[in-house]
Design a protein around this ligand. Structure first.
Ligand code: HPA
Length: 246
């Protein structure tokens, strides 16, 4: 039986739809997760909710303890992780307001703890990451998106950047040449750590803005927040649907 973890990103620091019955403070061998984890039910299904930036969105992307977050979910028996990610759109199909289910990653982050095995490595710990997202979980998201007529964009390469600043136009131009469709700050090492932990992981990416330099407009956080707020009901509907399928 699948047990779902939901990792909330910008625009999803709380989750009013979850009927929370326990708030669990956990310590892991890697330190503390972003918050005490919320255990509860979403439409009668058990879920664990973890906002990766903390309750108040006070933890910057490069400061998130990704290892502690994934380890804490694992301690609670989570087998499937639905990760919500706010992103910038780089190519035409991924305009603001789009919901996308990426299938590839290019990792531009640096200085983040990338592995649970850093201090105790052996050759069998080079783990396959050819397809970084779980195929079954991606398909479940797409199926629910179809049922809800949400026009989710299937596929896309997520470029994970360090942040917390937004990118320069030249960086986005390079990322486009590399084949990125989306840019975000938190997708890695989160996805890889989930793979190391043996969890199925997929991302539901909410395009909050055109990436830097794609339009002439300057990026404002007000606009980004507004787009995220407008998309969040659909995100919640997809999550509830996916959890209901299992
Ligand atoms: N760049 C990086 N991360 C983001 C963006 C962006 O334009 N929008 C939302 N998260």
């Amino acid at each position: 039986m699948a047990r779902f973890g939901i990792i909330g990103g910008s625009g999803l620091c709380d989750y009013p739809g979850i009927d929370i019955n326990e708030v669990r403070e956990l310590e892991t061998p890697y330190g503390f997760p972003s918050v005490a984890l919320r255990l509860g039910h979403l439409n009668q299904h058990e879920v664990v909710f973890l906002p990766r930036h903390g309750d108040q969105h006070s933890i910057a992307p490069h400061r998130i303890n990704y290892r502690a977050n994934i380890h804490a979910l694992q301690q609670l028996g989570v087998s499937h992780v639905l990760a919500v990610a706010a992103v910038g759109g780089i190519t035409e199909q991924y305009g603001p307001g789009t919901l996308a289910v990426p299938d590839q990653i290019i990792d531009y982050t640096y200085g983040r703890e990338q592995s649970f095995f850093s201090d105790d490595f052996s050759s069998d710990k080079h783990i396959d990451f050819t397809w970084p997202y779980d195929a079954g979980l991606r398909q479940a998201i797409l199926t629910v998106g179809d049922q809800l007529n949400l026009n989710l964009v299937n596929h896309g390469t997520y470029g994970a950047v360090q942040g917390p600043r937004l990118e320069t136009a030249a960086e986005i131009s390079r990322m486009a040449k590399d084949g990125c469709h989306l840019v975000g700050m938190t997708g890695m090492p989160e996805a890889y750590l989930a793979r190391e932990a043996g969890m199925a992981y997929a991302s539901l990416a909410v395009v909050a803005n055109w990436a830097a330099g794609i339009t002439d407009e300057a990026l404002t956080m007000a606009e980004i927040h507004q787009t995220l707020a407008a998309g969040i009901d659909n995100v919640r509907a997809v999550i509830a649907g996916v959890i209901g399928l299992r």
